[in-house]
Ligand binder design. Structure first.
Ligand code: FAD
Ligand code: NAI
Length: 475
């Protein structure tokens, strides 16, 4: 006899667990199925984000930043420290504790919201008039029947064809977050978000870091001026970034990994490293779902095909997060999860894809929302630009962190904000004001007229808005 639910969510990453909670809040009986196992084999809900993504990477970024500050910045504050050392095992254990706290938090939230959690793999069995039969196999073995199904199975690291992950020497994001000692030499393939964040962690801890990037442009999706500033800062920190390379044979041996590649000039090169992290994008997780049993349609990339509202080709089956089109970001997955639960309830759930913020948690942080200057140029849109450097911001000077700037792009005729780009301290927090402004279709003048606390980094945003009208007060 199968257990019956109004809504079954497959996957408990940020897309799935949030969808499950929202659906339960709306009065549905909800099951959430997730197969992720903790180190001891128990349930570990939270998906990539909690287990091997957003949360653990930020924990390591924080630890390594403290280490960097103790070594390089405390002295300028008059703090003398000697013999600073890093206990990598302790740093990794702290990261694991943070992850566990988040896993447990989600299990608590499921209980609080009366979401039934099943630990195992969920797969489609068949469609029937009352809904869809889902088989759970693993720690829990159950047959479930759901009127509505939300697929939120996420994504996994893409491997180089010639170099499958062994998680000892050739590492995905999973292995990259479990390195047990600072490698003398670390190589990374791909200077995208993971390459830069993970490269920063190990560089700060003393590794010699080389990043090999296939494209000739550094951070091509980022505003060009921001990318240029960030490249300058990363190079100064000692990250070696080689652009326009073609990676060839990769060999892992006892002594580490050797990577043969061709550089931008077409010359054959070799890179010898102790560990290699491959961060060349991610692929949607659909194997194991048994999508074919019910005729669930996938696109050419293997992602589940959905419309703008996350509807699949099957009635009552929805898909959200990394397993569908769009940016692979936790907050995008969450917003889609909430919107789908609300649509199932007959409400008008909505995700504004134009105001999804991006953050790269390097130092300086990079954050943006809306269109880049190069996108506006390419589309022929008339715009005004204003920027303000943190060098002229009192709070940034007091913090001792004056790299970067805030840049605002606004419509030339209406002054509506079209994009905000920040490189510098706390960009991840500062970007929220820009997101709110864009959601409310604010003009640059609106931000310029709002009172911002002094001294605060957010004054740089106000000044950038003033700069759009060529009337900065402090620069
Ligand atoms: P996932 O989080 O991947 O969760 C999917 C879940 O479904 C997993 O638990 C999986 O085990 C489970 N599952 C899959 N198939 C089945 C099945 N058949 N049955 C049962 N369970 C199944 N994004 C940000 O916004 N900010 C960041 O700072 C950030 N940092 C990141 C750092 C790294 C190193 C990585 C790799 C990613 C990072 N991301 C970040 C991206 C973010 O992790 C993803 O966008 C997000 O996790 C997607 O959520 P999701 O719910 O779609 O899928
Ligand atoms: P990415 O798409 O950010 O970067 C991949 C990079 O690898 C690109 O620059 C690409 O040109 C390069 N590349 C691809 N194939 C290559 C090859 N064969 N040789 C050399 N270079 C190659 O992907 P990444 O860093 O793996 O991260 C995956 C996703 O996870 C991100 O796109 C993002 O959505 C998410 N993420 C988000 C974070 C955040 O929000 N702070 C942090 C980390 C990941």
């Amino acid at each position: 006899m199968s257990k019956q639910f109004d809504v079954i969510v497959i996957g408990a990453g940020p897309g799935g667990y949030i969808a499950a909670i929202r659906a339960a809040q709306l009065g549905f009986s909800v099951a959430c199925v997730d197969e992720w196992k903790s180190a001891t084999g128990g349930p570990a809900p939270g998906g990539t984000c909690t287990n091997v993504g957003c949360i653990p990477s930020k924990a390591l970024l924080q630890s390594s930043e403290h280490f960097h500050h103790a070594n390089h910045h405390f002295a300028e504050h008059g703090i003398a420290v000697e013999g600073v050392s890093m206990d990598v095992a302790k740093m990794v254990a702290r990261k694991d504790t943070v992850v566990k706290q988040n896993n447990e938090g989600i299990l608590y939230l499921f209980k609080k919201n009366k979401v039934s959690f099943f630990h195992g793999r969920g797969a489609f069995v068949k469609a029937q008039p009352e809904g869809y039969t889902i088989e759970v196999s693993g720690a829990a073995s159950e047959t479930l029947l759901g009127k509505q199904i939300i697929v939120a199975t996420g994504s996994s690291a893409r491997a180089l064809e010639q170099a499958p992950f062994d998680e000892k020497n050739i590492l995905s994001n999973d292995g990259a977050l479990r390195i047990g000692a600072v490698p003398k030499k670390l190589g990374l393939i791909g200077s995208g978000v993971i390459g830069l964040e993970m490269g920063s962690v190990w560089r700060r801890l003393g590794a010699e870091v080389t990043i090999l990037e296939g494209l000739p442009t550094f951070l091509g999706v980022v505003d060009e001026q921001v990318a240029k500033e960030a490249h300058k800062a990363f190079t100064k920190q000692g990250l070696k970034i080689e652009l326009g390379v073609t990676v060839g044979a990769v060999k892992a041996g006892k002594k580490g990994v050797s990577v043969a590649y061709t550089n931008a000039k077409g010359e054959a090169q070799a890179l010898e490293v102790d560990k290699l992290i491959v961060s060349i994008g991610r692929v949607p997780n659909t194997t194991g779902l048994n999508a074919q049993a019910v005729g669930l349609k996938l696109d050419a990339r293997g992602a589940i095909e959905v419309d703008g509202d996350c509807r699949t080709n099957l009635p009552g089956v929805w898909a959200v997060g990394d397993v569908v089109r769009g940016p692979m970001l936790a907050h995008k997955a969450e917003e889609e999860g909430v919107a789908v639960a609300e649509r199932i309830a007959g409400q008008h759930g909505h995700v504004n894809f134009n105001t999804i913020p991006w953050v790269i948690y390097t130092s300086p942080e990079i954050a943006w929302v809306g269109q880049t200057e190069q996108q506006l140029k390419a589309s022929g849109q008339a715009y005004k630009a204003g920027s303000f450097p943190f060098l002229a911001n009192g709070r940034a000077r007091a913090l001792g962190d004056t790299t970067g700037f805030v840049k605002i792009l606004a419509d030339a005729a209406t002054d509506e904000i079209l994009g905000v780009h920040i490189v510098g301290p706390q960009a991840s927090e500062l970007i929220s004001e820009a997101v709110v402004a864009m959601e409310f279709k604010a003009s640059a003048e609106d931000i310029a007229r709002i009172c911002h606390a002094h001294p605060s980094l957010s004054e740089a945003t106000k000044e950038a808005a003033l700069a759009v009208d060529k009337r900065t007060l402090n620069f």
